[in-house]
Design a protein around this ligand. Structure first.
Ligand SMILES: Cc1cc2nc3c(=O)[nH]c(=O)nc-3n(C[C@H](O)[C@H](O)[C@H](O)COP(=O)(O)OP(=O)(O)OC[C@H]3O[C@@H](n4cnc5c(N)ncnc54)[C@H](O)[C@@H]3O)c2cc1C
Length: 344
């Protein structure tokens, strides 16, 4: 059975009841939603919201489900983002601007730009998920963040019921943060514009890339990033996971100095504002959790920052494990860990 909402003359949104989300989250948790839908066109956002409101249900968008922890049941409408499209929209002597539909697969988009001779995103290769979710947490890896290449995005504002354009300043990006993280569910990103520099220089500063020659091409960097990621992270297709489960904590220089005095091997990375970023993986490993198991949930043997579904894990087990880790790290180091994937 399906419910069809035909709220605009040309755009129909089909709602599927009792929608199974188990195959749509990389942690592989069993989860269902009261209704599911698929957005393939920006014009479907308004009628979808109208239909959710008619049913008196909340509406959430899901991309690849690689940065969420799903509850067993979402009593609302989950819309899977599938707006496709990629095109060069402008070129100047200094940059090429490319626009993508929010449902484009992030890694495929990176591969496409590099294949077009448009380097600039290669350090962000291999990150699971969709284009539309990339600005939500300002994705980053290997010395590069989305903000470095971001121009603007278009989103449907469910509060104002209108399409709005955000430039870089309006997104308020910082480390794994944006205006969208602070307003969960309010904006549905439908397209993203990125700027790729015409005079490209490889970014090889990050460990794992600094052995590459300075005249390396972007395709080689892309392949190297993918290989290094595969060697470090468990493959979510085999062992469910949501990547890094906690942010790397950023603490004052004083706190970092005190910690370094008692833990001389503790990694710390200076920030531009004088504070220090700590390694959440190191804190968790030192707290004895690498390889730890709790029911079907566990901490990866390969990377202490990755919580895994070893088989049949429940959201409650993941939550209990996350709580044990944060308590242990707080007790031992006095540092609070913040969970990265959103609980929906
Ligand atoms: C193995 C693995 C490795 C990872 N490595 C990295 C990494 O190196 N760096 C990094 O930054 N992240 C990493 N991640 C996290 C994740 O891949 C990114 O956060 C990614 O951008 C999430 O995309 P998604 O489409 O799966 O989002 P989802 O998980 O579907 O959604 C995440 C959030 O964004 C919202 N959202 C999704 N689409 C939209 C939209 N179109 N409009 C508005 N809101 C939306 C959702 O409601 C939710 O709040 C990793 C995850 C995994 C599983």
């Amino acid at each position: 059975m399906s419910v069809t909402a035909s709220l605009s003359a040309s755009h129909h949104v089909e709602l599927t009841p009792d929608f199974d989300l188990s195959a749509h989250n990389t942690l592989g948790l069993e989860a269902r939603a009261r209704f599911g839908a698929t957005i393939t066109n920006a014009n479907e956002a308004a009628p979808l919201l109208e239909e959710a409101r008619r049913l008196d249900l909340p509406l959430r968008v899901l991309g690849g489900g690689s940065n969420v922890v799903l509850r067993p049941f979402y009593d609302g409408v989950v819309a899977r983002m599938s707006i496709k499209g990629r095109a060069v929209v402008s070129q100047t002597p200094s940059e090429t601007v490319v626009e993508f539909g929010a449902g484009e697969d992030w890694h495929e988009a990176v591969c496409w730009t590099v294949a077009q001779g448009l380097p600039g995103l290669e350090n962000l290769a291999g990150i699971p998920g969709t284009m539309g979710a990339a600005p939500v947490q300002n994705i980053g890896a290997y010395g590069c963040e989305l903000v470095d290449r971001f121009v603007s995005l278009v989103a449907f504002d469910t509060s104002e019921q209108a399409m709005v354009t955000f430039d870089r300043a309006a997104c308020n990006f910082s480390y794994r943060q944006s205006v969208f993280k602070g307003t969960p569910g309010r904006f549905i990103v439908v397209s993203v514009k990125l700027s790729l520099p015409r005079e490209w220089r490889p970014n090889l500063a990050y460990p794992g890339l600094n052995q590459l020659p300075e005249d390396v091409d972007a395709a080689t960097i892309l392949d190297t990033v993918v290989a290094v990621r595969q060697s470090k992270l468990p493959d979510w297709r085999r062992t469910g996971n949501a990547g890094s489960f906690f942010h790397n904590p950023i603490v004052s220089a004083d706190v970092a100095n005190q910690l370094t005095a008692s833990h001389i091997n503790m990694p710390r990375y200076p920030q531009a504002d004088g504070r220090a970023k700590l390694s959440a993986a190191w804190l968790i490993e030192q707290s004895g959790f690498k390889g730890y198991r709790l029911g079907g949930a566990g901490v990866s043997e390969r990377h202490a920052l990755v919580l895994v579904n070893n088989g049949g894990a429940t959201q409650a087990e993941i939550a209990e494990l996350a709580e044990r880790i944060t308590s242990a790290v707080r007790d031992r180091f006095g540092v609070s860990l913040v969970q990265e994937p959103e609980l929906i």
